[in-house]
Design a protein around this ligand. Structure first.
Ligand code: TIU
Length: 226
């Protein structure tokens, strides 16, 4: 059962209050995958400090718990490719000149390949069977996926966007969503970057110029109005 109330709720946010209704707003959790967040995954293999991302797990868990308890719409994304790698651009495969790249054997199965353990979502935020999971080959959740169709079919107009990483897949997705007419709110504690300076700038870019891409707030402020 999906909520149908169109009462307008207002969250304290920057650059100004964010308005949404429970019936037309979805929680979109970006790429909370084992390969990005767990020690020994692809992210750490690239030399990144995964603890920077893990700080976003508990705020997401709390928000997801409340969101689910109110029977609101949740969608999840995963970055990854077909096992035959036919959807992996050669440029993406060789970028970084790493010895081990996408499709190769990694510590949690083949790196960023659908069906492999490392590609899946962390247990703390594991999708329920009726929550759509969008498998995306790129950084943005709209590129080469059916996300826009699913959102349109469900009458979604606003998105709460969380997940990792702030400046890569979260920012790309918020920009894509903004161009398609969605209002996006990003709770700062529910997104994470391997780089503190990119975390700060990634959020700043979204809310700059009167909310050029969307709004930034904190999960406590969102939970306060739910
Ligand atoms: N999900 C996501 O952000 N994918 C990335 O590759 N992020 C990096 O920061 N590398």
């Amino acid at each position: 059962m999906i909520r149908t109330t169109h009462e307008i709720l207002t969250v304290n946010a920057e650059p100004y209050p964010f308005e949404f209704s429970l019936a037309t707003c979805a929680l979109l959790i970006i790429d909370m995958q084992r390969d990005f967040l767990e020690p020994g995954g692809f992210g750490e293999m690239l030399g990144n400090d995964v603890s920077q991302l893990r700080a976003a797990i508990e705020p997401n868990r709390r928000l997801l718990e409340v969101w689910r308890s109110k029977k609101l719409q949740v969608m999840h994304t995963r970055e990854g490719h077909r096992p035959d790698l036919t959807d992996l651009p050669p440029a993406k495969k060789i970028r970084g000149r790493s010895k081990t790249c996408i499709g190769d054997a990694g510590p949690m199965g083949r790196i960023l390949v659908r069906g492999e353990a490392g590609h899946d979502i962390i247990p703390e935020l594991y999708p329920l069977p009726f929550e759509p999971v969008i498998d995306k080959p790129g950084k943005g959740a709209f590129f080469a996926t059916d996300l826009h169709a699913i959102l349109q079919n469900r009458g979604i107009q606003q998105l709460i966007v969380t997940g990792v990483t702030t400046e890569v897949c979260v920012n790309t997705t918020v920009r894509e969503a903004n161009d398609r007419g969605y209002d996006c709110l990003v709770p700062s504690d529910c997104v994470g970057s391997y780089f503190p300076e990119f975390q700060a700038m990634g959020l700043k870019m979204i809310k700059a110029q009167g909310g050029i891409f969307g709004w930034v707030s904190h999960s406590e402020k969102l939970l306060a109005v739910l």
